[in-house]
Design a protein around this ligand. Structure first.
Ligand code: OAD
Length: 239
């Protein structure tokens, strides 16, 4: 099944990856909806909404700090590295729902973070924004302007960063191959990106150990983990 995908990649002028939590699962970062998924153990409405944050900022921050330290201790896996390596041969854009920064750490240069970044914080009032890789001595952290800082992530009910979303739509509409890797496609609007690609004639290829709502409409759907399939695909592509 990987040979026809490698062929499509060889012919492609512009390759787009849409990635989700599944690609980082083999780096030890839990997914949201899988067997040990975060949303099976935690209530998203109590941890990932602006109302939850104002109701109990310390609780929300503690949860993000724990995830942040896990993410900062994690390493990109063979899946992230294979995508980064593909960039040496073809233009590759990554539209990721992940907030973990692992695509960038693997060496990918064109990463569009649809749901923000857990490594960045921003002020709830002023326009302060910064990358913080150490832990905060006291939670919630406070800005120089004396208001609370928050993780620079998109919470449920919040819009995606407009510029990032516009670029993502452009990439989805102009690519000739879209690889959809490690996402359940359960969350809108990111789950529309493969639809835009398909409408514009791109080949849509999925890599996921489980079926998704899009599987039946993809050109090729591979039931495999990202860290296994992507390096294999890269080595066939290079032959
Ligand atoms: P999900 O947890 O919904 O889906 C993860 C997908 O990865 C599932 O389809 C799994 O089958 C697949 N998967 C698991 N292990 C894999 C592996 N090793 N290789 C490849 N695929 C694997 O995560 P997302 O689709 O990313 O948003 O979730 C989307 C959004 O929902 C997240 O960005 C987050 C969450 O709520 C916000 O917090 C706003």
């Amino acid at each position: 099944m990987l040979e026809p995908i490698a062929d499509k990649l060889r012919q492609a002028k512009n390759i787009v990856f849409v990635t989700g939590a599944g690609i980082s699962q083999e780096s030890g970062i839990p997914t949201f909806r899988g067997k040990d998924g975060l949303w099976r153990k935690h209530d998203a409405m109590k941890l990932a909404t602006i109302d939850a944050f104002y109701e109990d900022p310390k609780l929300v921050w503690e949860w993000y700090e724990e995830r942040r330290s896990n993410i900062l201790a994690a390493e990109p896996n063979a899946g992230h590295l294979a995508i980064a390596a593909l960039e040496k041969f073809k233009p590759v854009h990554i539209l990721t729902q992940n907030i973990d920064g692992l695509h960038q750490r693997a060496g990918s240069s064109q990463v569009h973070e649809l749901h923000g970044s857990i490594i960045t914080v921003r002020c709830t009032v002023c326009d302060f924004k910064d990358t913080i890789t150490s832990s905060f001595p006291k939670l919630p952290p406070i800005c120089k302007c004396k208001n609370m800082l928050r993780p620079d992530v998109v919470w449920f009910g919040e819009p995606l960063p407009q510029g990032v979303w516009n670029s993502a739509i452009c990439q989805a509409r102009s690519c000739d191959v879209m690889m959809v890797v490690g996402t359940s496609l359960a969350v809108s609007p990111a789950n529309l990106l493969p639809v835009y690609a398909k409408q514009n004639g791109a080949a849509v290829i999925e890599i996921n150990p489980e079926e998704t709502p899009m599987s039946a409409d993809t050109d090729i759907s591979i039931r495999s983990s990202a860290a296994k399939a992507l390096p294999e695909l890269l080595s066939i592509f290079q032959k």
